[in-house]
Design a protein around this ligand. Structure first.
Ligand code: NAP
Length: 431
């Protein structure tokens, strides 16, 4: 094989080690598939002597990752350090400036600096590939950018964080509350010691920002995303949702409507029969609704050594084959910023759980508030009676504006009979 692609790997943690292992096990197959010999020239991490369970002695070692970007025996830098700024960003910028292709799994970096990095890559005819950054092993970037290139997307949505999906699945299966399941997820290694990035929805939002840009050909706009995590979800809401035929999932959703692009990450009630509702545990799923293809559903492992490294190597094979595409499906110079749709204009159905005293007239008072805001009720659930005591009342609304629903919540909270602020969870029917 006369062609050769020389690789430098920065970061030898979960994903970096996975990349080295795949290349060791089936580098020859990948070389045949791409018609190019794939060779690791050099690697870098913080601690040269750490036991990583792999032999790194065949590769040159760089104490400073940025040196990878300056080496003549490196054609492509794989950035697997992480973090939206710091060494990861410096490395990627230097690599592109020095004419090296870049492959990264770093969603934070792409969500925050994707536009400027894409500009740099495209100005030099280089690849900036990031398949592993969104939904790990699921080839969703390739699907949107290539396989579904003939389509306009009415919406793209999915379960983009395996930690949250694991926690919600466990809560449903065991009836336990969030805090309890989180501790167990940390012990099992499914959640970080500091779980905030995952459970507060930030990680999913990074991925959604990237999906939006690829789907709609607009600059990445992380700050435009409405983000809510899963800390407030309680076992009681999951149980009520099940009674009503729904499951609660943390979704990332992006859609384009007359008000602009709506990007949101939040818990959602989804009908049990929909494909997205059936995705359990640490699995991820992405659904893309295209105008010609209709619904496409992708499911797979969103993280972990093997799936993430698999996506990194798919990006490497593309480069080895000479496939260099615009970073976000449209060349960055031709991208157009799109208006951001306000969440207050969001139109959808809502699940609302009230905790109110069981006294005469309470349902009439609540109904009056809903009527005044032109919110109509699809169903109402009140199980058992405890005169004079607090009881849960669960309502499902028909579709209405979010601004109306916010006023409803404030007005119900202000009633004397109300014991705590009503709990509101958005619903999606995915018809
Ligand atoms: N883990 C997953 O399942 C997954 C899934 C999708 C995307 N990603 C993304 O992939 C990237 C890597 O994740 P990971 O889980 O592999 O992280 P990790 O296990 O924490 O590994 C990070 C690696 O970076 C090295 N490193 C840190 N600072 C460095 C520096 N200044 N110079 C050179 N190397 C440095 C560390 O070196 P030492 O080992 O010597 O400390 C370590 O090897 C992140 O962007 C992450 O968001 C991960």
């Amino acid at each position: 094989m006369s062609n050769e692609l020389k690789i430098g790997i920065a970061g030898l943690g979960n994903v970096g080690v996975g990349v080295v292992k795949i290349l060791a096990r089936q580098g020859e197959l990948l070389s045949r598939r791409s018609g190019t010999k794939l060779t690791i020239s050099a690697v870098s991490a913080r601690n040269r002597n750490a036991d990583r369970g792999i032999d790194i002695t065949p590769y040159e070692w760089c104490d400073d990752a940025i040196d990878l970007a300056r080496r003549d025996d490196v054609d492509v830098v794989i950035e697997l350090i992480g973090g939206e700024d710091g060494p990861a960003r410096a490395l990627v910028e230097t690599a592109l400036s020095n004419g090296k292709h870049v492959v990264t799994a770093n969603k934070a970096l792409i969500a925050r600096h994707g536009e400027s990095l894409a500009k740099l890559a495209e100005s030099k005819g280089l690849a900036l590939n990031y398949e592993a950054a969104v939904a790990g092993g699921i080839p969703i970037i390739k699907a949107l950018r290539e396989g579904l290139a003939a389509n306009q997307f009415s919406r793209v949505y999915g379960i983009l964080n395996g930690t949250c999906n694991y926690i919600l699945t466990e809560m449903e299966e065991t009836g336990r509350d969030f805090d309890d399941v989180l501790v167990e997820a940390q012990q099992l290694g499914y959640a970080e010691a500091d779980p905030a990035f995952d459970v507060d929805g930030v990680d999913a939002a990074h991925k959604l920002a990237i999906l939006t840009s690829v789907a709609y050909g607009c600059p990445v706009n992380f700050d435009a995303i409405h983000v809510e995590g899963i800390r407030e979800i309680s076992a009681i809401d999951i149980a009520y949702a099940a009674k009503l035929g729904y499951r609660i999932k943390l979704l990332g959703l992006t859609s384009k409507g007359e008000n602009g692009i709506e990007q949101r990450v939040h818990p959602c009630l989804v009908p049990q029969k929909t494909p997205i509702a059936k995705v359990d545990g640490v699995f991820n799923a992405v659904v893309a609704d295209g105008d010609f293809v209709d619904r496409t559903v992708f499911e797979g492992r969103g993280a972990g050594e093997g799936p993430t490294a698999s996506a990194v190597l798919a990006d490497i094979v593309d480069i080895a084959r000479g496939t260099i595409l615009p970073t976000f499906s449209i060349p960055v110079d031709e991208m157009k910023s799109q208006p951001t749709a306000s969440m207050l204009d969001h139109f959808g159905a809502y699940y609302m759980r009230l905790n109110v005293l069981d006294v005469a007239g309470v349902i009439a008072d609540i109904s009056a508030i809903l009527r005044d805001e032109e919110v109509s009720i699809e169903s109402l659930l009140q199980q058992g009676r405890k005169p004079g005591e607090a009881v849960p009342v669960v309502l499902i609304t028909h579709e209405c504006r979010e601004a109306s629903m916010m006023r409803v919540v404030d007005a119900i909270e202000a009633l004397e009979v109300t014991q705590e602020r009503p709990r509101l969870i958005r619903m999606e029917n995915f018809e």
